[in-house]
Design a protein around this ligand. Structure first.
Ligand SMILES: CC(C)(COP(=O)(O)OP(=O)(O)OC[C@H]1O[C@@H](n2cnc3c(N)ncnc32)[C@H](O)[C@@H]1OP(=O)(O)O)[C@@H](O)C(=O)NCCC(=O)NCCS
Length: 184
């Protein structure tokens, strides 16, 4: 982590520190996404999708999920994103979690994951899951590998649109989350 930069005054009202806690010293803002972020989110996610690391997202898909998206912003540039897809009363999936390659390894992915987890807790969610090619990243944050078929079939709702549908190499991970969080 490096030093904390000042959060621009105009975006401060959009940050709810209780819902979106940042690790001390994290040099950027995690905030809910808005319409102005759609194109940056698509660029970020689709850059990785072109490398077969995640699913592509169209602007329409991002707009549809916009209320559930968080972005990491540094110097007014979106450098990370992710969203929470509610799959049931107790289960939600982390989707489109991505950090700009130029910003990898600075804790932004962890901060987004933590913020999405806080968002899930606030919604009464008790289980978080993800389908990912980066299971170790999630395992470091309390997830465990699970049999993909053990999770609600709703997690596969998107898979029919995936070019890798018949040769899926993604790994399912799951985390039980308590409400409120165990450590404050
Ligand atoms: C996975 C990702 C979101 C992590 O973002 P980040 O900001 O670099 O993550 P952090 O800085 O919080 O954490 C970095 C740690 O995660 C690990 N990590 C990052 N990507 C990883 C991967 N693909 N597989 C395993 N571990 C990974 C790093 O090795 C590092 O470990 P360390 O702390 O022991 O050095 C980012 O690498 C990314 O955007 N990847 C491409 C998209 C993707 O695979 N998303 C996953 C969800 S589908």
């Amino acid at each position: 982590m490096v030093t904390t930069t000042a959060i621009p005054m105009e975006v401060q009202p959009r940050l709810n520190p209780e819902l979106y806690p940042l690790p001390a010293g994290t040099p950027m803002l995690i905030r809910p996404a808005d319409e102005a972020d759609v194109s940056a989110i698509c660029d970020l996610v689709n850059g990785f999708a072109d490398q077969n690391l995640m699913l592509h997202r169209t602007p329409a898909q991002v707009r549809h999920a916009l209320g559930d998206f968080l972005v990491a912003e540094e110097k007014r540039r979106v450098v990370g994103c992710g969203y929470l897809a509610r799959l049931g009363s107790e289960l939600a999936e982390i989707r489109s979690l991505a950090v700009a390659p130029s910003h990898h390894g600075k804790g932004i992915g962890a901060a987004l994951l933590q913020a999405l987890e806080a968002m899930a807790r606030a919604q009464g969610i008790s289980q978080l899951c993800a389908l990912t090619l980066a299971p170790e990243f999630f395992i470091k944050h309390g997830f465990r590998r699970v049999d993909r078929w053990a999770i609600s079939p709703k997690i596969w709702g998107e898979c029919v649109y995936c070019p890798k549908f018949h040769a899926c190499d993604e790994i399912a991970v799951l985390k039980e989350i308590s409400n409120p969080p165990p450590h404050g």
